[in-house]
Design a binder for this molecule. Structure first.
Ligand code: F6R
Length: 614
């Protein structure tokens, strides 16, 4: 949610900033801008919409502007104020000497703005950010030092903010500030960088300093000093940046989403090799002892948002079945504002691909304050969620660039299955031979995922046939209810087609009124499940209303039934693990429909990958 970058060094500053912003585009694409120090004065270039528009703006001026090596940049996901040029960052002080980029929300901006207006400051945007610019400028005019002005100002700001700030009178530095919004400093040879996230620094910085909340870094070309908001120096460790540029490239695929869907078998294989190297030995969860994890625990609460919330719903079913422990699932944004029973006997599992989702972080902090033990599942071991947790289970999915979550969902599911198996083993809630058989079945999953991916032609055909429909229903029962919800979410977020997931048994209590020949219904049918026959009956009910049915199922014979327009085949597996398989055709269906419609698959409108505001 907004991405910021900063650079100080001898290389072509605009290239470095633009390159960094390109790799942060998943964080927002409402507008883009850079501020460049041009031999003593600060030039700001901004464009509405995607980063490409900023390239065009800069191409027009590049020939006549010669920039030295200091600058800051921004891509915006609009919160306060529309996606307009006036609201695009960087914002400048009224005298044009100070420029700032911001990620986050300043909650007390209205009060501060009124005070600054009384002092004569003019505002040119609807953003909360401009308040920070003028506040720092006001302090600067009083104390004459950028660092002191920033420290004074940030102590007056409430909310979440990561800033990069530069001042014409102090061209030797950029100041980076972090409070409740991610920010890292990248160290190079004779150059230093600032960014919201690692992809902006891949191939550039050699080491990284992770700023913590309430810290600021004074970043010079050959020196970085980190201080707290009281101005005291903090000693920080620089960690190597090991990620290769290859990790954030499309590797020949048309979209990151398609690449990431195709990476899933290897990711699952990797998790299994690490955590289930020998079926005759207990599951190994990097440093997590299941007996310690669950000692004194009477219930589990799983907290997440969006796709991660769907993984949580699968986990509830799995943990209750395998571990015989009560599990509740809460959307983080709801958990924060409702009464809950979290206490010291509660294990709270927070799931977040990015590890930066503001709602999830706030909810976990509350749960921790209530005495709960916190386990975090995240794809980003360097993210903020790690600091809210007692234990961390990494997803090991690799950087996910496409805004729509795909491989991280599958990695979440597999991590949660292994977690549940590990708890069941330690608590002996299942017979040993049953656990063995479950483990053996899990080891077959990567090959089954590959089988589905190698037969994607059928899914493409189906997508072609159904791309022109304006509405879809997804229905399933039991553990696959989450698959229906996730399939619908994937379709709606990247194709903008209205799609809703329902428990199949609930259809007759209202949603069935929507059905006619214009409403395709995607149904998940898993044989061996106690609801298989009920699902078939629900399909009959749908067919009777003339809706066209797409089945996702391992049962080839369904193709003989007139009621199914299309059957997307998946390999057989136990119902409990079937969400891992069902998910793949649903991801591909959404992908191909969105691509057929010419949508911006990797960057759907209005969305951002890392939702760092509540
Ligand atoms: C959907 C999607 C979102 C995220 C949600 C939570 O494809 O990506 O719904 O799942 O914003 O994000 P994380 O998992 O990073 O907390």
């Amino acid at each position: 949610m907004c991405g910021i970058v900063g650079y100080i060094g001898n290389n072509a500053v605009e290239e470095v900033l633009l390159d960094g912003l390109k790799n942060l585009e998943y964080r927002g694409y409402d507008s883009a801008g850079v501020a460049l120090n041009d031999n003593g004065s600060i030039d700001v270039f901004r464009a509405e919409g995607k980063l490409n528009n900023l390239y065009d703006v800069l191409a027009g001026v590049r020939a006549r502007v010669h920039h030295s090596g200091q600058g800051i940049g921004h891509i915006r996901w609009a919160t306060h104020g529309g996606a307009t040029l006036d609201n695009a960052h960087p914002h400048k002080s009224n005298d044009g000497k100070l420029a700032l980029v911001h990620n986050g929300i300043i909650e007390n901006f209205e009060t501060l703005k009124a005070q600054l207006q009384q002092k004569g400051y003019h505002f040119f945007s609807q953003t909360d950010t401009e308040t920070a610019v003028h506040l720092i400028d006001d302090e600067y005019k009083q104390c004459g030092s950028l660092e002191a002005a920033v420290i004074r100002a940030v102590n007056q700001l409430k909310g979440a903010f990561a800033f990069c700030i530069m001042h014409q009178n102090e061209p030797d530095k950029i100041i980076a500030v972090r409070k409740n919004a991610p920010l890292i400093v990248g160290l190079g040879h004779d150059e230093n960088f600032i960014a919201s996230d690692i992809p902006a620094l891949v191939g550039k910085a050699e080491k990284i300093i992770y700023l913590d909340d309430n810290e600021l870094a004074i970043v010079r070309q050959n020196d970085v000093t980190v201080k707290n908001f009281n101005g005291q120096v903090i000693s920080k460790r620089a960690e190597p940046l090991s990620l290769e540029p290859e990790a954030i490239s499309k590797r020949g695929y048309k979209h990151f989403m398609l690449k990431e869907i195709n990476e899933q078998p290897d990711i699952i294989r990797g998790q299994l090799a690490l955590r289930l190297p020998d079926v005759n030995r207990p599951v190994v969860l990097e440093g997590i002892n299941p007996a310690v994890l669950t000692a004194g625990i009477r219930r589990v609460e799983i907290i997440a948002c969006g796709t991660s919330l769907h993984a949580a719903a699968v986990a509830r079913y799995v943990m209750e079945s395998l571990c015989r422990i009560p599990v509740s699932v809460e959307a983080a944004s709801e958990y924060i504002y409702q009464p809950h029973l979290t206490d010291a006997q509660t294990l709270v599992v927070g799931i977040s691909q990015s590890g930066e989702t503001a709602d999830t972080l706030t909810a976990l902090k509350q749960a921790r304050a209530a005495g709960a033990r916190i386990l975090a599942l995240t794809n980003r071991e360097d993210s903020s969620i790690v600091r809210c947790a007692d234990m961390v289970l990494p997803l090991k999915a690799g950087i996910e660039v496409s805004v729509a979550a795909t491989k991280s969902y599958t990695a979440q599911l597999m991590s949660l299955y292994l977690l549940a198996l590990s708890i069941a083993e330690a608590g002996k809630t299942l017979p040993a031979e049953e656990i063995l058989s479950l483990k053996r079945e899990l080891l077959q999953i990567p090959a089954k995922l590959e089988e589905i991916l190698s037969n994607s032609g059928e899914i493409q055909q189906c997508a072609l046939k159904f791309s022109s429909f304006k509405n879809f229903v997804f229905m399933a029962r039991g553990v696959n209810l989450a698959s229906a919800l996730e399939g619908a979410l994937k379709l709606k977020e990247i194709s903008y087609i209205n799609a809703n997931g329902y428990a199949a048994g609930e259809l007759k209590h209202g949603p069935i009124a929507l059905l006619d020949e214009h409403m395709p219904v995607v149904a998940v049918l898993i044989p061996g499940s106690q609801t298989y026959d009920k699902m078939l009956s629900n399909c009959e009910e749908v067919y009777a209303r003339k809706a066209r049915l797409i089945a996702v199922s391992p049962v080839e014979d369904l193709r003989q039934k007139a009621m199914f327009d299309t059957v997307l085949l998946i390999p057989h597996c136990r119902e409990i693990f079937s969400p891992l398989l069902v998910n793949i055709p649903l991801q591909l269906l959404a992908y191909y429909i969105a691509d057929n419609l010419g949508r911006e698959v990797d960057q759907p409108r209005n969305l951002a990958k890392s939702v760092t505001v509540e």
